[in-house]
Design a protein around this ligand. Structure first.
Ligand code: 6GU
Length: 226
């Protein structure tokens, strides 16, 4: 069982994405628990203030240190965390290896930022991992959290059946997945490779391995470098 506690300014945004398909089933099967924590509850004063101008000047508001600190302390007083992850475009780029590792934890905390980011002292003193989902900027960490939760949830033992096991995914062996086809074998004059219709398991296996390697060479040669 993996528990993921997500600190966010937009808990409503995260309701629907975790209520469908594989992630929904993982939660129903009690293999995955997701808790949404509204940062606003830890805001300061009667306006529940969360952000302020940055020291030194410059455009953009910063999420203040105190609300985030209080929120994290509150969660830590009730639970043990294997990782406290800040989602940020300047974090380490998420890959399958990191997803595999994080999926083995019991409980992790995700912190979604907004605006110009969060007071750096949170990152210096409380955050244990910083993760980005790619080299582009999102308006907040929530959509990145959706991606990370999906990548972890589907890896949990029992979530996928053997046939669709995560082990056959692209990237698990640093190779892209081979092409797949379904009925009919000819549509609109477009055909399916003969070998897949041959019933010859060993040949099919060999064809898939060749396709994986060729597609990786053509499309993602960087994956073959290490
Ligand atoms: Cl994790 N957050 C934001 N705001 N932008 C991103 C990202 C995360 N990963 C890529 N771009």
């Amino acid at each position: 069982m993996l528990t993921i506690d997500i600190i966010t300014l937009l808990p409503e945004l995260l309701l629907s994405p975790f209520d469908h398909s594989i992630i929904k089933r993982a939660r129903q099967q009690k293999l995955l628990e997701i808790n949404l924590i509204d940062l606003r509850l830890y805001g300061i004063g009667k306006h529940k203030q969360l952000d302020d101008y940055q020291y030194g000047g410059g455009a953009g508001m910063v999420l203040m240190v105190e609300p985030i600190h209080k929120c994290i302390i509150d969660l830590q007083s009730r639970n043990n965390y294997d990782a406290i992850i800040y989602l940020t475009p300047d974090g380490k780029t998420l890959n399958q290896g990191t997803a595999n590792h994080l999926s083995t934890h019991q409980r992790i905390m995700l912190l979604c930022g907004h605006y110009k980011g969060i007071d750096h002292r949170i990152r210096e003193h409380l955050v244990t991992h910083e993760i980005s989902i790619g080299d582009y900027v999102l308006s907040g960490g929530e959509t990145a959290a959706i991606v990370l939760v999906d990548a972890l949830g589907r890896l949990l033992p029992g979530v996928l059946n053997d046939e669709s096991s995560a082990l056959s995914d692209s990237f698990q062996d640093n190779l892209l997945a081979p092409p797949v086809y379904s009925r009919p074998s000819e549509y609109n004059g477009w055909t399916v490779p003969d070998v897949l219709l041959s019933g010859h398991d060993a040949k099919i296996e060999q064809w898939r391995a060749e396709q994986s390697l060729q597609r990786t060479k053509d499309l993602r040669p960087d994956l073959l470098e290490d």
